[in-house]
Write a protein that binds this ligand. Sequence first.
Ligand SMILES: *Cc1c(COP(=O)(O)O)cnc(C)c1O
Ligand code: SF4
Length: 333
Amino acid sequence: MIPAAPARLQPRGWQALWRDAIRDPRELLALLGLDALPGVSGGAAEAFPLRVPRGFAARMRHGDPHDPLLRQVLPLDEELRPVPGFSLDAVGDAAARAGHGVIHKYEGRALLVSTGSCAVHCRYCFRRHFPYAEQTAAAGQWSEALDAIRADASLHEVILSGGDPLSLSTPKLAALTDALAGIGHVRRLRLHTRLPIVLPERVDQELADWLARLPWPVAVVVHANHAHEFDPAVDAAMARLRGAGASLLNQAVLLRGVNDSLDAQADLHERSFTAGVLPYYLHQLDRVAGAAHFEVPDDQARALHAAMRARLPGYLLPRLVREVAGDASKRPM
Ligand SMILES: *Cc1c(COP(=O)(O)O)cnc(C)c1O
Ligand code: SF4
């Protein structure tokens, strides 16, 4: 008889790490030595639950209530305060839906909302109010989304989005891309994912093998807002994605108290380049209800971007954009 190895000695797959995420704000604060933080009474977590993988929490500074990673995920009471101009569907997704689980706003490319799940819940997210249950092309129910893409020969790029598309198992992703491979006008695949940053273990060999076998050029657009989000495990995940042939880009959101200084921005883009990732967009916050305290005024955002242009090489300067419902692209600021 072979004795079972103690569970803690087994290498843990990403699904186990996903399930083990911190969901209780009190537990997160206790881990960081911040037990009695004012403004965190729990109501905001009922509206949009806290979720943080433990590996991401481990990159937060102990004892610092202003830690830039903590601020992105900590539910604050002030989220519940209604602020004029901050609404439930800030970017007009409801109006742009082309078919079950497809959002087609821009020429030649469409988002396939492949899942509603994320490994981390970002407090500023414009999808925090998105009616996923209704609009997600859930696992195994992609036929309407695929029909919509098949029926529109102008669509050359499919963007797997969500939620986080890498929250799907690799066999499910493969089933989806096998179906897309039968659509002749699809020429490029893009993934919008935060998982390589917040749960880098997701980028395992099975995922890399899937990516490497895809018949199209692939762009992986990750989402990191602060240099501290990178660590050796994230570097390894990025190396694996690049090894599988993907081009790596980062989109960040400009967030007050997180990355609204020149040093924070310069460090972010320099650090991501060290991991092999080029900056893509720096998004001005979507005006979604609950996120008003993250907003950086437009004038300040433009001044910051001008200072970044003077500090950084051109290839490390992201485009500062805002999403405006009804526009033909993200709007440069
Ligand atoms: C942001 C977005 C895209 C991608 O836009 P790019 O400028 O190509 O990165 C595509 N579709 C939708 C609906 C989007 O919101
Ligand atoms: S990972 Fe992306 S989609 Fe998910 S909550 Fe964060 S910002 Fe939103």
